[in-house]
Design a protein around this ligand. Structure first.
Ligand code: BES
Ligand code: ZN
Length: 867
């Protein structure tokens, strides 16, 4: 056996020695983009060994620097050999004799390069006084701490960290903990930070650059700062306010104080994810942290609050109590997602955020309806596999299951159990079962048994319901968008109400089928307020009664949402006709709730797109029907914001106008363009407030062609002139709405140009239906470049899914498979399979619509019905 072979190919490090404390020194050079450093790791040697195996990647380690010193200093051992294994991302140090048992100190000196890939220790760029500058930033989750310094880079290997940085003396240098001392020596300064409490390596962070900040304190006096680019401090105020209040709120909710002496939050210009919860130093994309009174939209404001609430939730759930291994990532992410709604709801009750939560559930259901989905708990055998599980299953299905459980157990016992879970596992690690056990003890309910059926198998059930005389019959089977039948079975918490929200029944459906007795009533809604993670298929009688209940305004917004979404999903899975979906949609013509309408818009545009492929001759009528559905609410809201109007109306107006523009409503298109022209003359024009801008940009791009590029040029001018990233991404997200393939190509190439940060190129992929083929050709031609630029992160998956998923023919499935056959790569494998499955589902749907009888008459009737 080759030397050291025993240490290779293992999912986890051998635990001969356990790290207890890191003394880490880093010296980045922001001109050459290199760094060097040293680390002294106090380790507890617990087994007979002359080897130490730890993680390291893309680092050069000087063998002569690697030594082990016993704690009393009596023994100093130099490494005999040090070998780096790039593929396994480990380094093995071999010593001449067995290491003394007990605590000793391992020292290592190393060098590396500030990466351009937005992970590990990387460089980001910004402009200051017209000059381009570099900053140094870390992003270690999930497993890139090893690209900055050799370490036991696993969430369960918690230790304390004492960081020291040597940096140019004019820069701000931040880390997880407060500064204890700064020594300036000419152009350089050495900054010493307090030692941290015990934490996982993926949460260690440093940021070095030029920044301004705003500051406030929690009610306990903990200083909170928001750092941003010089000159933008005012834009950090909203985030600061949210953060201070949220920390106070979580302290109450978890019954445990925030555990660090300070919290910094900072906007980073180049950032792959949305935000990262590093302990005490949370990093964000600019769009996720900064809020501008004049140019940010209501949706931006909500986004900022939501991301902050999410990252701060991790300070308890994730940072204080950490998942034992990545298999339990969902616990971190699903929980932070769920609890962020709790915080946002308490801060901004008028946002009705729990109704909006249904969007999380909906995205979870959509992804988990694929055969290529995965269980929430996944086995992880290699660091490279972790990136892919930061998906809607971990986040959104995870959050929805927590919501389902909370509503089953009741909010008070749930909160009490959480508080004892946090107390029990603080400064330590936990698995999914550990949370269930605490919840079980607190509530007396069989939480483990109930939840295992949801976390250990993929998918979810569709519950079919029929009325038979005086009782309801239920049957569960796995829901798959492909229309096939899976063999999963769940313990389903069924809730129902009959004719009124006061008359309710609950039971656990543990078998394939079950039944309950009911009284005579006008309507029956299953999965009351959509707290359960499943779909419901009603028989015709029940469905008709519900449609009537919607029209008579008897149902809650959450229930109206659920009925619509289940019907859409069943139609796409070819288990229900398009006609019945459209007929149901017509019951929503007086809908005013933001979340329900927003989903109605989304469903309409999906239906219009599929109809364009299935029955192009019906497209005009279908669009006419959708226009008539939305016109009523659009007219009520008007174009101009009303004084003191609600946040939700502001968001809704924007989405309705985009929809009307996209469905080709010419009055709306013309008005949008007129307002855009006023905006070009004056960027503060009241005619185009931020909530309306996307509608205007889309309308402008729809009219652009190679012979009239003026709208495109104007938008590019706005893009170049604004220094607000939210404005930039709004523009990027609208450019490809153009029907002209030559312009689309130009837009796509622009996304890869130096003018667009590589994190933002994905926004340009929301392409018009007409643009699908152009985009696919472009992807193939630029694949080498794209996979080189994005190949080692999760952004690449978005290129694949955004470009492949919209197709709807079996030929395209073949073409995509052929192209990727020789280009597979573990980081896109799962997404590619999911995207191909989506094309299949679309193709099935097209076929079923083409075979549907009477669809033309139904559409004709709906389009011209007078209300
Ligand atoms: N822990 C994640 C950040 C992350 C994502 C690290 C992927 C590594 C890989 C963070 O807490 C997070 O979930 N951020 C979200 C924002 C949130 C509001 C859903 C994100 O980045 O989109
Ligand atoms: Zn998170």
């Amino acid at each position: 056996m080759a030397k050291y072979e025993q240490f290779r190919g293992q999912p986890r490090l051998p635990k001969f020695a356990i790290p207890k404390r890191y003394d880490l020194y880093l010296k980045p050079d922001l001109i050459t983009c290199k760094f060097n450093g040293t680390v002294q790791i106090s380790v507890d040697v617990v087994a007979e060994t002359k080897f130490i195996v730890l993680n390291a990647a893309d680092l050069a380690v000087d063998r002569a620097s690697v030594r082990f010193k016993s704690s009393n200093g009596s023994k100093v051992l130099e490494a005999l050999e040090v070998e780096m294994f790039a593929q396994d991302e480990i380094m093995v140090a071999e010593f001449a004799e067995n290491l003394p048992h007990g605590v000793g100190v391992l020292s290592i000196a190393f060098e590396g390069t500030l990466s351009e890939k937005m992970k590990g220790f990387y460089r980001s760029t910004y402009e200051h006084n017209g000059e381009k500058k570099n900053m140094a930033v870390t992003q270690f989750e999930p497993a890139d701490g090893r690209r900055c310094f050799p370490c036991w880079d696993e969430p369960a290997c918690k230790a304390t960290f004492k960081v020291t940085l040597e940096v140019p003396s004019d820069l701000v240098a931040l880390s997880n903990m407060p500064v204890t001392e700064e020594k300036v020596d000419g152009n350089l300064k050495t900054v010493y930070y307090q030692e941290s409490p015990i934490m996982s390596t993926y949460l260690v962070a440093v940021v070095i650059g030029l920044f301004d900040y705003v500051e406030d304190h929690t009610s306990d006096g903990i200083p909170v700062r928001v750092y941003c680019q010089v000159g933008k401090a005012k834009q950090g105020k909203f985030a600061l306010d949210v953060a201070v209040k949220t920390l106070d709120l979580y302290k109450e909710y978890f019954a445990f104080p925030y555990s660090l002496p300070k919290l910094d939050m900072i906007a980073i210009p180049d950032f792959a994810a949305g935000a990262m919860e590093n302990y005490g130093l949370v990093t964000y994309r600019e769009t996720a942290l900064l809020y501008d009174d004049k140019h940010s939209a209501a949706a931006n404001k909500q986004g900022v609050a939501n991301v902050i609430a999410h990252e701060l939730a991790h300070q308890w759930f994730g940072n204080l109590v950490t998942m034992e291994w990545w298999t339990h990532l969902w616990l971190n992410e699903g929980f932070a997602t769920w609890v962020s709604y709790l915080a946002t709801d308490s801060l901004f009750p008028e946002w009705k955020i729990w109704t909006q939560f249904l969007e999380e559930c909906n995205h979870g259901l959509r992804l988990d309806g694929l055969e290529e989905s995965h269980p929430i708990e996944v086995e992880i055998n290699h660091a490279g596999e972790i990136d892919e599980i930061f998906d809607s299953i971990s986040y959104r299905k995870g959050a929805s299951l927590i919501q389902m459980l909370q509503s089953y157990l009741g909010p008070e016992p749930f909160q009490r159990a959480l508080a004892s879970y946090i107390k029990k596992y603080a400064c330590s690690n936990a698995k999914t079962e550990d949370l269930w056990t605490v919840l079980e003890e607190e509530s007396g309910e069989p939480v483990n048994k109930l939840m295992n059926s949801w976390t250990k198998q993929k998918g979810y059930p569709v519950v079919s319901v029929k009325v038979k005389a005086q009782h309801l019959e239920f049957e569960q089977s796995q829901f798959l968008s492909s229309g096939s039948h899976g063999d999963g079975q769940w313990i389903v918490p069924i809730t129902l109400c009959c004719g009124s929200y006061d008359i309710r029944k609950n039971f656990l459906l543990q078998e394939k089928s079950g039944s309950v007795d009911i009284e005579e009533c006008a309507w029956i809604k299953i999965n009351v307020n959509q707290t359960g993670f499943y779909r419901v298929k009603y028989d015709e009688d029940l469905a008709g009664r519900l449609r009537h209940a919607i029209e008579s305004k008897c149902l809650s917004a959450t229930d109206r949402y659920g009925i619509l979404d289940d019907s859409f999903a069943l139609s796409m899975a070819c288990q229900q006709s398009l006609s019945s979906l459209l007929t149901l949609m017509s019951a929503y013509r007086e809908e005013l709730d933001y979340t329900v309408l927003s989903n109605l818009i989304d469903i309409s545009s999906k239906v219009a797109r599929i109809a364009a492929d299935a029955t192009p001759e019906l497209l005009d009528n279908i669009k006419q029907f959708f226009i008539s559905l939305f016109q009523n609410s659009a007219e009520k809201l008007g174009w101009d914001p009303k004084h003191g109007e609600s946040h939700l109306d502001a968001m809704l107006r924007g989405e309705l106008l985009v929809a009307l523009v996209e469905f080709g409503h010419d009055v709306t298109q013309n008005e949008a363009i007129r307002r855009f022209n006023a905006f070009l003359d004056d960027r503060n024009s009241p005619l185009l407030p931020p909530d309306l801008r996307r509608a205007a940009y889309v309308a402008v791009m729809q009219k652009v062609s190679t012979s009239d590029r003026s709208g495109f040029e104007s938008l590019l001018r706005v893009y170049r002139e604004t220094d607000l990233s939210q404005e930039k991404t709004r523009i990027l997200g609208s450019l490809a709405s153009c029907p002209d393939p030559d312009i689309i190509l130009e837009v796509l190439n622009f996304m890869l140009s130096y003018e667009v940060r590589s994190q933002d190129a994905i926004f340009g992929l929301s392409v018009s239906w007409e643009g699908r083929d152009t985009t696919w050709r472009w992807l193939k031609e630029n694949w080498d470049h794209i996979s080189k630029t994005y190949g080692s992160g999760f952004l690449i998956t978005q290129f694949v899914s955004a470009i492949v998923s919209p197709f709807s023919s079996y030929e395209k499935v073949k073409e995509v498979e052929e192209f990727f056959a020789s280009r597979t790569n573990p980081s896109i494998a799962r997404t590619l399979k999911q995207s191909i499955e989506r094309v299949h589902i679309n193709a099935n749907w097209v076929q079923s619509i083409q075979n549907e009888k009477h669809i033309a008459e139904v559409v004709q009737e709906l389009a011209y019905r007078k209300y």
